[in-house]
Design a protein around this ligand. Structure first.
Ligand SMILES: NC(=O)c1ccc[n+]([C@@H]2O[C@H](COP(=O)([O-])OP(=O)(O)OC[C@H]3O[C@@H](n4cnc5c(N)ncnc54)[C@H](O)[C@@H]3O)[C@@H](O)[C@H]2O)c1
Length: 342
């Protein structure tokens, strides 16, 4: 089941529980606007390359639409649609006066130079500038994008509309960004985990954590867990995975990754098979890369099922996409918890 089918199914289930009128249910599943643009840029070697960019504006009933922009090779219209829909539910559940949107470009950002990324971002902005805006649709960073990406969008947008710092969130502080924004999502993951642990008289201290993804969200979550005395015993990113049963020194790992661009061969841990990460025994598993990694088609489901039988496993799903609902029953059966931060 693809991301859109899973997200829509979850919404239909929720609508049924809420007793939502069938017409409202149907209209809420249809996005307000779907934008697809071709972004052609010169590469540094002078050749031309083209990428497809999307912006899906799902719903603005509660306020301007809001949602991240993702740069990833697997970005496709259905995924962006699903993520835009989830943004509508997210702002509504948090009672923030915004709607939902999401965008993305199908590209591999680490294979592009900084100037190529800048050109791509500026061309994308040129193509969608008339359809975004402070009172219309406000983009933000997501996977593969960051404060620098937002600064380029802000600058390009301002060429058409005048200085408009509020057109994006997650921009650099010097350009009007908010203090704490960079850490906010990872911090939210830790707050959510702490709140649930507190219900059971536990705390992050001395528990073991496995984190998939060591970008903005994963590395901030790791840093805050480390500061609180939790043991991060395995982490992975696109370059590979490392483990240390005694706990990884996250401060040192962040420095190492900044210097080498990789987690591999870090002296404070051992390299491990990244596929083993999701089934590595731990108290809390934090998948902070792509959504949908825990599903019945995962080749490691059997091991994962066994893993779920350990004493206090807990999943903290921080990706915007929830794992398919069909996963929940056997999580529930084993007394594990799924914190789905949509
Ligand atoms: N940044 C935010 O504020 C924010 C807000 C809401 C939700 N999210 C969600 O959190 C997740 C992570 O976002 P981010 O901003 O940290 O992105 P990021 O680009 O900063 O980091 C992503 C990390 O995942 C790693 N990764 C990619 N593919 C992987 C794979 N197959 N196995 C292991 N690691 C892999 C990358 O190497 C990188 O370390 C995304 O699903 C995003 O939608 C982010």
């Amino acid at each position: 089941m693809n991301a859109l089918a899973a997200t829509s199914r979850n919404f239909r289930n929720a609508a049924r529980i809420l007793g939502l009128d069938a017409k409202i249910e149907k209209s809420l599943l249809i996005p307000f606007r779907e934008i697809k643009v071709e972004c052609t840029i010169p590469k540094d070697d002078g050749s031309l390359v083209s990428y497809v960019g999307f912006r899906v504006q799902h719903d603005n009933a509660r306020g301007p639409m809001k949602g991240g922009i993702r740069y990833h090779p697997e970005v496709d219209p259905d995924e962006v649609n699903a993520l835009a829909q989830l943004m509508t539910w997210k702002t509504a559940v948090a009672d923030i006066p915004y709607g939902g949107a999401k965008g993305g470009i199908g590209c591999t950002p680490r294979e592009l130079s900084k100037s190529e990324l800048e050109r791509l971002t500026r061309v994308f902005t040129q193509k969608i500038h008339d359809l975004i805006g402070t009172h219309t649709d406000v983009p933000a960073p997501d996977m593969g994008t960051n404060a620098q990406t937002m600064a380029w969008i802000l600058d390009e947008y301002s060429k058409f509309h005048g200085h408009s710092p509020a057109v994006v969130t997650g921009k650099p502080i010097d350009l009007g960004g908010s203090l704490g924004r960079e850490a906010a999502t990872g911090r939210g993951v830790v707050f959510g985990t702490e709140a649930l642990l507190a219900e059971y008289g536990k705390s992050v201290k001395d528990l073991t954590f496995v984190i998939q993804g060591f970008g903005n969200v994963g590395s901030w979550a790791a840093r805050l867990i480390h500061e609180r005395g939790g043991k991060v015993i395995a982490v992975s990113d696109i370059t590979g995975a490392i483990k240390n049963p005694n706990g990884i020194d996250i401060t040192e790992l962040i420095k190492y990754k900044e210097n080498t661009g990789s987690l591999l061969n870090f002296s404070g841990g051992d390299n491990m098979d990244p596929n083993e990460l999701l089934v590595h025994e731990c108290d809390v598993l934090i998948p902070s890369a792509l959504g949908g990694v825990l599903n019945r088609f995962n080749p490691f489901t059997n091991k994962l099922t066994a893993f779920l039988g350990v004493s206090y496993p807990m999943f903290c799903i921080i990706n915007s996409l929830p794992s398919p609902l069909s996963f929940s029953p056997f999580i529930d059966k084993r007394g594990s918890f799924l914190i789905a931060l949509i």
